[in-house]
Design a protein around this ligand. Structure first.
Ligand SMILES: Nc1ncnc2c1ncn2[C@@H]1O[C@H](COP(=O)(O)OP(=O)(O)O)[C@@H](O)[C@H]1O
Ligand SMILES: [Mg+2]
Length: 246
């Protein structure tokens, strides 16, 4: 079972979109995927228009979590009743979380991929996810503040202890618009600073990606022949390639 977290310490860079698109693409390829929403804002629940309660918060309270099948090979664990942020403050630390995830997923024998959609806060919940995950993917939008946050996020991840640190699968440029100078400048900055850590795949700004959630559809279902669909398909290939390389 591969455990992948989607995280950067900033909102609005395409984390939820990337988590949903990867989960959708992998599950359509026949992989059995569990998508876990660890953001109290519940973006995944909104995306698929499902009830958010009965998820992670309830699990942390020792209750059963709801596993919501949203597509044939795709199950969602919602973030819960919205109090994940407060719960995070009560946790003793990431290890408590890791134990929880280990117990939870020990029961999900027939899962190939677990994808965690993180909140932008590096709180105990997120630290637990990072400790449990094998890899982290970092979506960075093409603006200066996101690029700075990417540097800070990579530093924060690298300063975690070996047991709590996932491998960085890649830094994913998002909201790329080739007509703007800033997109080209930021991409160059990232490539100069991070080298091969930056994915070859670039997610371009695309209206259909923005519209898809309002139709409760993934980008592949909503606009199969869009830029967005093409970009997330290449991301899928590159993720699988990078995982194979180890
Ligand atoms: N490549 C893109 N082109 C256009 N809109 C996008 C793209 N990626 C994400 N969006 C939209 O931008 C908003 C923020 O994206 P989201 O994935 O929710 O970010 P995060 O989870 O990092 O906060 C959403 O409305 C989403 O539909
Ligand atoms: Mg989100």
């Amino acid at each position: 079972m591969e455990k992948l977290a989607i995280f950067i310490a900033k909102g609005g860079t395409g984390k939820t979109t990337t988590a949903v698109s990867l989960a959708a693409g992998l599950s359509a390829d026949g992989q059995r995927v569990v998508l876990v929403d660890t953001d109290p804002q519940g973006g995944i629940s909104s995306y698929f228009s499902i009830e958010s309660t009965g998820g992670l918060t309830e699990l942390l309270d020792g209750k059963e979590a709801r596993l919501v099948r949203v597509r044939p090979n795709l199950v969602v664990i919602p973030s819960g009743d919205g109090s994940l942020g407060e719960q995070s403050l009560r946790l003793s630390g990431p290890i408590e979380q890791t134990d929880l995830f280990q117990r939870l997923f020990a029961e999900l024998h027939d899962t190939d991929f677990v994808i965690f959609d993180c909140s932008p806060l590096l709180n105990a919940i997120t630290q637990g996810v990072l400790a449990y995950a094998d890899h982290v993917l970092i979506p960075v939008s093409m603006d200066y503040l996101s690029a700075v946050t990417a540097v800070n996020t990579v530093n924060a991840i690298n300063s975690l202890s070996a047991a709590e640190r996932p491998k960085i699968l890649g830094i994913l440029p998002t909201f790329y618009d080739r007509r703007t100078r800033i997109s080209r400048v930021i991409l160059r900055m990232l490539r100069d600073h991070f080298g091969d850590l930056v994915m070859e795949t670039i997610i371009r700004t695309n209206t259909q990606i923005n519209e898809a959630p309002s139709f409760k559809k993934t980008i592949f279902e909503f606009a199969k022949f869009s830029y967005g669909s093409a970009d997330y398909s290449s991301l899928l290939d590159e993720v699988e390639l990078r995982l194979k390389r180890g």
